[in-house]
Design a protein around this ligand. Structure first.
Ligand code: TTP
Ligand code: MN
Ligand code: MN
Ligand code: MN
Length: 357
């Protein structure tokens, strides 16, 4: 049978009629991408590679395992140079998405892992010589929970726990829900809250004491505390920086199912632990910077980017999470509310739920 090419322990023909192809497609992630490319090409004038991509997808559908590394395609029929380039690009994108979905893993680490030949989280945790920092270890440990998404009811339950904790320490302190939930999203990847105190200068101590009490309650699974590097004289810089200088923490909290109103924990059929891990961000700006923090942390990131670009290009002003600087008058403009900031910028007020840019 000269048409049958050896591929590992099996033989693969270039003819679909000599392959057994079931609906159990182990390479769906790749064949879907090839099929999107085919659709795209069929619209354009360059229909050339269409048939080659269709043949490649068909071969992949017949394989008993997923192609994780480019070398896995060695010896397969219908996978020429062009198809292999596409395959490699897809493998790279998929690994990037998977790895950066781990709390604590950014593009640099994802790329490093990919180039070391790692493809699954299982491979990452079982490789003895992969160095993981504390944040990444927590991210992998609670990966299933964290990647599940948080419902609004769960976000509110987290809010009640933090509010109660905070009011034990400082009855006059306040808390505001920001991030995606303030924009009206039904699900989020984390819960974002701003803590503030009327007495200026007390915010950092408040945040530290809240963290201590959460730890004491036994619900602090992970804490990355970032101390304040805020300078009230500093002028916002031109470059977009997502990170700000206020005291903040990135947490993983243990949320008890009993504290979540109606429905309990978000679809959690596979375990009966009665709790889940949730990612929580807390930021504690000085009272006079509350409005800028609220505007900055409400997002979306694209909305923030364009607010700053508009301020700079259309108004000659510099905006960030801390302040708004008028370059013509050389002053930092005070603001008590988000409405004040929109007014300084000569913009119509946009509601949080209209900022899902
Ligand atoms: P995220 O929580 O990353 O995103 P989100 O709430 O819009 O969506 P998701 O449901 O995925 O959680 O960030 C919220 C906003 O906080 C975003 O606009 C960026 C901003 N932010 C800062 O401004 N400074 C910071 O230091 C951090 C960590 C976030
Ligand atoms: Mn968020
Ligand atoms: Mn996000
Ligand atoms: Mn966040």
């Amino acid at each position: 049978e000269c048409q049958l090419i050896r591929w590992g322990p099996i033989r693969v023909s270039q003819y679909a009629c000599q392959r057994r192809t079931t609906l159990d497609n182990r390479n769906k992630i790749f064949t879907d991408a090839f099929e999107v490319l085919v659709e795209h090409l069929e619209f354009s004038d360059s229909k050339g590679p269409c048939l080659a991509f269709k043949r490649a997808a068909s071969v992949l559908k017949s394989l008993p395992s997923t192609l994780r590394h480019l070398g896995d395609a060695d010896g397969l029929p219908c996978l020429g140079e062009h198809c292999r380039d596409v395959l490699e690009a897809i493998q790279c994108v998929i690994s990037h998405q998977l790895f950066t979905s781990v709390f604590g893993v950014g593009p640099k680490t994802a790329e490093k892992w990919y180039h070391r030949g790692l493809r699954t989280l299982q491979e990452v945790v079982s490789q003895p010589n992969v160095h993981l920092n504390k944040m990444q270890r927590a991210g992998l440990l609670y990966y299933r929970d964290i990647s599940r998404g948080i419902s609004r009811a769960e976000a509110d339950a987290v809010g009640r726990i933090i509010a109660e904790t905070m009011h034990c320490i400082s009855p006059s302190a306040t808390m505001t829900l920001t991030g995606g939930f303030r924009r009206g999203k039904a699900f989020g990847h984390d819960v974002d809250y701003i803590l503030s105190t009327p007495e200026s200068g007390a915010e950092e101590a408040l945040l530290l004491r809240v963290i201590d009490r959460l730890r004491y309650q036994g619900i602090l699974l992970y804490c990355d505390y970032q101390e304040s590097t805020f300078d009230k004289e500093r002028i916002p810089c031109r470059r977009f920086e997502a990170m700000d200088h206020f005291p903040k923490c990135f947490l993983i909290l243990k949320l008890d199912a009993m504290t979540v109103e109606d429905g309990g924990l978000q679809n959690n059929p596979e375990d009966q632990r009665g709790w889940r891990a949730v990612r929580v961000d807390l930021v504690a700006p000085p009272a006079d910077r509350y409005a800028y923090t609220l505007l900055g942390w409400t997002g979306s990131t694209q909305f923030e980017r364009d607010l700053r670009r508009f301020a700079r290009l259309e108004r000659g002003m510099l905006l960030d999470n801390h302040a708004l600087y008028d370059r013509n008058k050389s002053i930092l403009l005070p603001a008590k509310t988000e409405e004040d900031i929109f007014a300084h910028l000569g913009l119509e007020y946009i509601e949080p739920w209209q900022r899902n840019a």
